[in-house]
Design a protein around this ligand. Sequence first.
Ligand code: SDX
Length: 429
Amino acid sequence: MSDTAQLIVDGKTYEIPIITGTEGERALDISRLRADTGLITLDPGCGNTGTCQSSITFMDGEKGILRYRGIPVEQLAEHSTFRETAYLLINGELPTQEELQRFSVRLNDHSLVHEDMRAFFESYPRGTHPMGMLSSMINALRAFYPRIPTRSEEEEINITFARLLSKVRTLAAMSYKISLGHKVVYPRYDLSYCANFLNMMFDSPVRPYRIDEDLVEALNVFWILHADHEQNCSTAAVRSVGSARVNLYASISAGISALWGPLHGGANQAVIEMLQEIYDRGGDPAPFIARAKDKEDPFRLMGFGHRVYKTFDPRARIMEKVCNRVLKKLNRQDPLLPIAKRLEEVALKDSYFIDHNLYPNVDFYAGIVLRAIGIPLDMFPVMFAIGRLPGWIAQWKESADDPKWKIHRPRQIYTGLLKRDYVPMEERG
Ligand code: SDX
């Protein structure tokens, strides 16, 4: 296959280099396009535009493939833990036993937050959405760790990563406990990453929380499935904000804000709200499917469709298995699960969804898993954010280490008014 393309503009031919990735993906390298031709490209939503070369995550949207550092997500979901997967994403290799142990000690050592942060939570109006609080709190962490390590201080940088990965759980659980007016539960040195989070969320002086290893396993898989997803909207936000060489806390805070959107990480909450509405109206998904197909109606079927996957999101299949496993273990029926399965069945037979390549994505069954674990609905996007944090860190690190990295500054095509003069107030209509 050719490694150049030809572009003919106004009778002049330009050679455009073609670069090829390790999985055979090809791209026109247009980094000299404007300098050579005076033209830019236009691609709203970047559906056809790569903003970086990355070695972290590979997705094939047509085949439904997702691999972290080359390892299929299915294998990580089956054999790994979230803590180990986070290490893999950030460092590029699975840890040795000693490396994992050192990472665990570091996560434990950095699991507390400064007691002054409680005042931040307590000054929020009751009912504030936890994603807004989390974004602020992650930014506020910077105030307690003002010294940002230089790129040569690898040990300090790794401590910053561990600090974020560990404290994000503590901050999320604190926001929940304080929203209830309950006593904050501190992290424990003797609990694993996921068990610690569940204990901080649900332990109480009057009702000690019993760690259920099946729920810990389900949470590990849930967070593994969310850990990275190449250049999605929130990761693009982390890279874009980070490209201005702002600190990691501010970049991650921007990622949390982008993830909050119902078209992105907020979809897991929106799916449950949609399923609940279908349930409340008698359980027939047909009216909702009709609305999703109606061009005049802005309603979208939440948990369906994806910018990259044009077949099943591989994470959705795994999440559905986790769903069935957790509900069976708890011997619990979730009335929304049969609604979800019915909705999926009807939609996947409908020509509109078939023609638009709309399949369930990671968010479709995620909410039912979170309900089974006992996570409150408005914390569903927070659960996505905790899972995505190692991916954001890995992507931020890759861009910060890239010697060719530049500040994000997209171009535009201007369609406004041509030059005109200022009109003094007395002459205005
Ligand atoms: C995540 O990018 C990532 O990797 C994200 C993510 C990650 O891990 O980071 O995977 C996580 O965000 C998953 C997606 C969660 N969002 C939802 O479930 C919300 C519902 N889904 C849609 O809003 C939509 O599918 C998007 C936002 C996910 C993708 O939108 P695109 O790629 O911009 O597609 P589009 O809006 O341009 O739609 C293309 C066509 C349109 O029809 P036409 O005008 O071409 O006829 O498909 C239709 C849309 O109307 N369409 C849908 C639909 N999604 C797309 N129609 C009904 N219901 C839907 N859900």
